[in-house]
Design a protein around this ligand. Structure first.
Ligand code: GLP
Length: 245
């Protein structure tokens, strides 16, 4: 039985309060992946609100990927994605990682443009204020499941036309002999903000892994500075450890 979220203030719109209650019920495992949601009419009656309000909440959750609608059979909690194991000792691309698992890597582009560099980009990429930076921001999907948001910056001298990258950045860099051979990667815990959570199809505040990669050419020059957020519920990073001699 779903009651309206009480924690939200009285001023919060009803559909947002219902949305929150559904998210909480899913998080708490009261309704599980694959379970059917009560019908629109039942939800309206249970929460004592109009069906229009219920529809708005449900549609928001469908858009954010937490619920799925199947024509004729109703609304269900979206199936959970199997966890993905990612080795921490090899420098691979997202496209290669997914292909190795028999999945197709897809990207939904959020930005592909050339900009004046931020102070941070200038520092990391070793750019002067007269040089430009190519930014590639995209939602990365395996088959149709969103797994990560990646925001990469490269010197525009290496990638003058970022809009020509259509699927794999590393494949594109390979063509010009600029594929990185070494990278330093930093992983930290984060809670997903509203925008990122919506793109990744999880509830706002859900656990995520924030990953920063700085990668280098054999010459020692930094080629890529990427900040990503991966869904915490799908990724296990695995490293092999050896006793040092
Ligand atoms: C990984 C890395 C990114 C890198 C990307 C390239 O996901 N975390 O730093 O930019 O791979 O992947 P692709 O060649 O599929 O674009």
């Amino acid at each position: 039985r779903l009651a309206l979220d009480q924690a939200a203030g009285q001023g919060t719109p009803l559909y947002l309060r219902l949305k929150r209650s559904i998210e909480e019920a899913i998080e708490a495992g009261v309704i599980r992946p694959g379970d059917a949601l009560p019908s629109e009419r039942d939800l309206a009656a249970q929460a004592d609100i109009s069906r229009v309000t219920v529809r708005k909440a449900v549609q928001d959750l469908v858009r954010s990927g937490l619920l799925v609608q199947r024509r004729g059979s109703g609304t269900f909690v979206a199936p959970r994605v199997d966890r993905v194991e990612q080795s921490l000792s090899r420098l691979t691309s997202f496209t290669e990682d997914m292909a190795r698992r028999g999945m197709t890597a897809r990207s939904r582009w959020l930005d592909q443009g050339v900009y004046p560099p931020s102070p941070e980009e200038m520092m990391v990429l070793g750019l002067s204020s007269r040089e430009m930076v190519a930014r590639l921001a995209r939602l990365r999907l395996a088959n149709d499941t969103p797994l990560a948001i990646e925001r990469a910056s490269l010197s525009a001298s290496v990638l003058p036309r970022p809009e020509t990258v259509d699927s794999s950045l590393y494949a594109e860099l390979q063509k010009t002999g600029n594929r990185p051979v070494r990278a330093v990667q930093r992983i930290s815990a984060t809670n997903l903000g509203e925008g990122d959570a919506e793109l990744l199809g999880v509830a706002p505040g859900a656990a995520g892994l924030s990953i920063e990669r700085i990668s280098y050419l054999a010459s020692g020059r930094v080629i890529e500075f990427t900040r990503s957020v991966y869904r915490g519920d799908t990724y296990d990073f695995v490293a092999e450890l050896r006793l040092s001699e």
